[in-house]
Design a protein. Structure first.
Length: 601
């Protein structure tokens, strides 16, 4: 696994533009009693100026890009309005008789201390927000002008330590060819915006700002997640070709957008999209998704000051339901815990979080949180085709209990006369080995199953999916994984319960072939960019070949044997894109949803 994180595929070639967002250097000065009120006034003015600047950016962005994504700026504006922040700063100025800059810095540090013990990605992006907002106020106090991306004249590649929401929101596709940052991750604001605007980007590079200089030529490879500084002519030519191929590939693939995914001998499977925030529905539709197979709703909970309320859930899912007109959307209930935490649930600090209070366990432990979300989903189900699905089910009692809570919520809504889809379908994710061997039992309690291969592989092979040390052992083609998958698909088939795939195996052609060959798969949900590639593949193969190959693979004894067999067989049934199906690459790389077009380069 790489340290950096690619967010938005594509290749950008251009010149470096360093955006200086380093923290202002603040010194401590003692002030006299007679200057205290002036100092407080100076602080208040900087605060108002900062608010006014952000509001202006917001208004402008609203005109340019509509109201989507503005919530990130709103969060920053809210922070500036936070009474504790200004009260603390003012009392530090009064009590310690220090300059306003120092007082604000102290106040910020006090704030950040609260998060010190927690080291997960979401909390660190919350910390980043606080810092970014306060640096703006500090810059205004010391009179530093903040350069704006709105002023860019030439198209450039932005290099920055990190980007603020106001930076990303002002980015213009014609002026920002790509960007690369030291900080950030897939779920950081920067990450989300890059993927929403489809700007090639690589984040989390740690020290790119130290290595790059203004005006350097640079290549940002958002496909492989790498950045090349001052490339020589040969490298430049290679990437130019890669860029052209990628563009061509995307264009060609989009041509098949409105075609169905059906094998040459008539086996049909629905291709759906995984999304992580509601605005991604539009992107999914553009790539030909026939529905949403997995809406990971965690984003509603993170980077927030408080838990989302029922109305926020309702409006968000209603947006999904109304925008995805051509098919259904599956809203997965909260899957926090494991590798994603929020402070309110206190599930952080567990010794073994992947095996701890995660997913449905957390929901059943915090029925208040669970019910709020269920009410939101049910109310939204009146406005479009929604299904709901529980993550991390490990036993029948858990599933029954979740359904019991759901029934309670339904009864409450009915009593109040609030409309919802009374027949809403309810599914269980099959992503624990335990669930996978009792699929027949779970069938009585679920309308559908969706296989979460990411966690299923993690728990089956006892490999922490985010631990780089054991990444080499994370093998979707391990015979145990394949047998378990076959078992799930067969058991569900016998019970007549439809099965879908929503883990990353679904976005890989070779893995898709095997899954299809294992039985009747109703749908496969994947990251939106993978849909055209999988569709093209499915349309060119025969279902009977998939069945034959899957059968043979299930009889093989080791990963090596399986890979060897596949590298011989796949070119026979799909000769056209032979190098696109390097089995070694597929097997190792499918863990990253971001690695999508590599095979075509
Ligand atoms: C999975 O585990 O395969 C899955 C789709 O869920 P997540 O990646 O959100 O855990
Ligand atoms: Mg999972």
């Amino acid at each position: 696994m790489k340290e950096d994180s690619t967010l938005s595929p594509g290749i950008a070639i251009g010149r470096v533009y360093i955006l200086d967002r380093t923290k202002p250097c603040i010194l401590r000065h003692s002030i006299q009693d007679s200057h205290i009120e002036d100092e407080i006034q100076r602080f208040k003015e900087a605060l108002s100026k900062s608010k006014a600047q952000l509001k202006e950016i917001r208004e402008k962005a609203k005109k340019d890009i509509g109201s989507k994504h503005l919530y990130m700026l709103d969060a920053h504006i809210m922070m500036l309005k936070d009474a504790t922040l200004s009260e603390n700063t003012i009392s530090i100025i009064r009590e310690q008789k220090v300059n306003a800059e120092w007082a604000l810095k102290e106040s910020m540090e006090g704030f950040l201390k609260k998060f010190e013990r927690i080291s997960d990605e979401y909390i660190s992006s919350r910390k980043k927000d606080i810092e970014q907002v306060i640096y703006r106020v500090l810059r205004n106090m010391i009179g530093h002008h903040e350069e704006s991306l709105a002023d860019l004249e030439e198209p450039v590649i932005i290099i920055a330590h990190d980007l603020t929401p106001s930076d990303t929101i002002q980015m213009k596709r014609e002026k920002v060819l790509g960007f690369a940052t030291d900080a950030g991750g897939k779920t950081s604001h920067t990450g989300i915006m890059a993927s929403a605007f489809e700007i090639p980007a690589v984040v989390g590079l740690k020290n790119i700002t130290e290595r790059a200089k203004n005006g350097d030529s640079i290549i940002v490879d958002g496909i492989d997640g790498s950045v090349i500084l001052s490339p020589d002519n040969e490298t430049f030519q290679i990437f130019l070709k890669k860029q052209q191929r990628f563009k061509y590939y995307e264009k060609e693939m989009l041509k098949t957008r409105d075609l169905q995914a059906v094998t040459k001998d008539g086996q049909r499977v629905r291709l759906l999209s995984n999304i992580e925030y509601s605005d991604e529905v539009d992107l999914a539709i553009r790539y030909g998704a026939e529905g949403i197979g997995l809406y990971r709703t965690e984003y509603l909970y993170i980077n927030k000051d408080s838990l989302p309320g029922e109305e926020e859930h309702f409006l968000d899912y209603k947006k999904v339901a109304t925008r995805m007109k051509s098919g259904y959307s599956i809203i997965r209930t909260l899957d926090l815990g494991g590798d994603k935490f929020i402070s309110e649930t206190k599930s952080d600090g567990e010794g073994n979080p992947a095996l701890g209070l995660r997913g449905i366990r957390l929901c059943l432990n915090r029925i208040d949180i669970f019910k709020t979300q269920l009410r939101g989903i049910l109310r939204a189900s009146h406005y479009g085709r929604l299904k709901l699905m529980y993550p991390m089910i490990s036993g029948i009692d858990e599933l029954k209990e979740a359904n019991r809570v759901l029934q309670e919520v339904k009864d409450e809504l009915k009593l109040k006369g609030i409309p919802f889809d009374h027949e809403i379908e309810v599914g269980a994710m099959i992503e624990t080995p335990s669930a996978s061997v009792i699929v027949d039992l779970l069938s009585d309690e679920a309308d559908f199953f969706s296989i979460g291969t990411n966690d299923l592989i993690q728990y089956t092979l006892a490999i922490d999916r985010i631990n780089e040390q054991v990444a080499y052992l994370y093998q979707p083609l391990h015979p145990s994984v394949l047998r378990i998958l076959k078992g799930i698909i067969s058991s569900a088939g016998k019970k007549g319960v439809p099965v879908s795939i929503c883990g990353m195996m679904g976005g890989d052609p070779v893995h898709t072939l095997l899954l299809l060959g294992m039985g009747n798969i109703e749908s496969i949900s994947m990251d939106p960019h993978s849909i055209p590639k999988i569709k093209k593949f499915i349309r060119q193969i025969l279902y009977k070949d998939a069945v034959r190959i899957a059968d043979e693979v299930l009889s093989l004894r080791s990963i090596d044997e399986i890979k060897r067999y596949l590298s011989e067989e796949i070119p026979k049934i799909y000769p056209e894109d032979i190098e696109g199906h390097d089995v070694n690459r597929s097997a190792f790389l499918n863990r990253k949803e971001e690695v999508i077009a590599e095979q075509y380069v």
